[in-house]
Design a protein around this ligand. Structure first.
Ligand SMILES: *Cc1c(COP(=O)(O)O)cnc(C)c1O
Length: 390
């Protein structure tokens, strides 16, 4: 069956009591035993819950993994995977990863629990160099956040494997509909389901898909041990969101293409970052390893343009963090999504004051372009004033 078919009917056969079309929400913390040591498969919701299991099964299948665990947040997917590592393990991570990922790694390194190196993994030479020293885990975000650098997943996986390291890919920006890292040799795929998977900006959640039964056992054990597992109601909402994922993504992408092309030709814009543009330095790699380019577009404003005027000048794009919901959002990574990153790490990653990130929603493209036209005009009117004075 094709993805859209599988998703539309995901969880449909799970209600053996009444054959409900929508998987029931098991809002219960505990389950009655039928006798000593005798359950119907579940005993306590932290250890397992049928609603969570329905979501986990759908996610594992989508990514071609052996199993999945739904966790409380995207950060919980990262902290759960990191908790499987031995003390003092070395982690190599994309240098322009999600701000919260950088903050967590930095925190664990400061506590002496991990050794962390942030590396531009989209650069094959930097990758090889980083893997010369012993390494336990390579954490990759591709396309990266917010500058949409694209890393060769197959290359990272083969080099990491040769170095004896596991590879985890944060696939939040693309979802399994557009990228399935396990097919290229990844060991774990991590998600913030808050974003495209749920897609309606009403849940904060995460998930980990494991490539093999052994790794699945490790993450199931660790999530239960730590208590990072997701709540049943959140799982129920994410499962509902999943049913329309391919439809939503197709529209997100169509609109993102239109926005990227529009920005490319705009005088107030110095540079556009969207892997779907032919001018993107890794466009061909993205076309090869991805089934779509996604709905995230970032850009650098021209010198002298007024960042604050742009951010407050939109009506359709809401000034807000997060991404992947049906509504378009605009944000300023340096002071918002990536404010938690150390200043030095932010500079190295190129996340300067002039970078703007858009999560392009599913609205009508003409309305989106009209909205940006007005806001960019407000941002450049200052340049013209400066030019006049000069
Ligand atoms: C949002 C995000 C996270 C963190 O997810 P939360 O659900 O906010 O904890 C991790 N990685 C990426 C790429 C994200 O966009």
């Amino acid at each position: 069956m094709k993805t859209q078919t599988r998703l539309a009917i995901a969880g449909q056969r799970t209600d053996t009591a009444y054959n409900a079309i929508v998987p029931p929400l098991y809002l219960t913390s505990t389950f009655r035993f039928e006798g000593m040591g005798q359950t119907k498969g579940y005993d306590y919701t932290r250890s397992g819950n049928p609603t969570r299991a329905a979501l986990e099964e759908a996610l594992a299948e989508l990514d071609g993994g052996a199993g999945a665990v739904a966790v409380t947040t995207g950060m919980a997917s990262i902290s759960t995977i990191l908790a499987t590592l031995p003390a003092g393990a070395r982690v190599v991570c994309s240098h322009d990863c999600y701000g919260g990922t950088e903050r967590l790694l930095d925190h664990l390194a400061e506590q002496g629990k991990l050794v962390v190196d942030l590396v531009d993994l989209s650069d094959p030479e930097a990758l090889t160099e980083a893997l010369r020293k012993p390494v336990d885990l390579v954490w990759v975000e591709t396309p990266s956040n917010p500058l949409l650098r694209v890393t060769d997943v197959e290359l990272v996986c083969s080099e990491a494997k040769a170095a004896g390291a596991l590879v985890a890919i944060d696939n939040t920006f693309l979802s399994p509909v557009f990228q399935r890292p396990i097919e290229f040799g990844a060991d774990y795929v991590a998600y913030s389901t808050t974003k495209y998977l749920n897609g309606h900006s009403d849940v904060v959640g995460g998930a980990i898909v494991a490539a093999t039964p052994e790794l699945n056992e490790i993450i199931q054990f660790t999530a239960n041990c730590l208590g990072t597992v997701a709540q049943p109601f959140d799982c129920w909402l994410v499962l509902r969101g999943l049913k329309t994922l391919p439809l939503r993504l197709a529209r997100h992408e169509e609109n993102a293409h239109a926005v990227a092309r529009f920005l490319q030709d705009h005088e107030a814009v110095a540079e556009v970052y969207y892997p779907g543009l032919e001018g993107h330095p890794r466009h061909e790699l993205a076309a090869r390893q991805q089934d779509g380019f996604g709905g995230m577009v970032s850009f650098r404003l021209a010198e002298g343009a007024d960042v604050a005027a742009l951010l407050t000048g939109t009506q359709v794009f809401a000034l807000a963090e997060s991404l992947g919901g049906v509504e378009s959002l605009i944000e300023h990574p340096a002071t918002m999504s990536h404010a938690s990153m150390r200043e030095e790490a932010r500079q190295t990653a190129g996340i300067t004051h002039d970078v703007i990130r858009l999560s392009v929603g599913i609205e009508d493209a003409e309305d989106l372009l009209a909205d940006l036209t007005l806001a960019l005009a407000a941002a450049v009117s200052k340049i013209e004033r400066v030019a006049l004075v000069a």
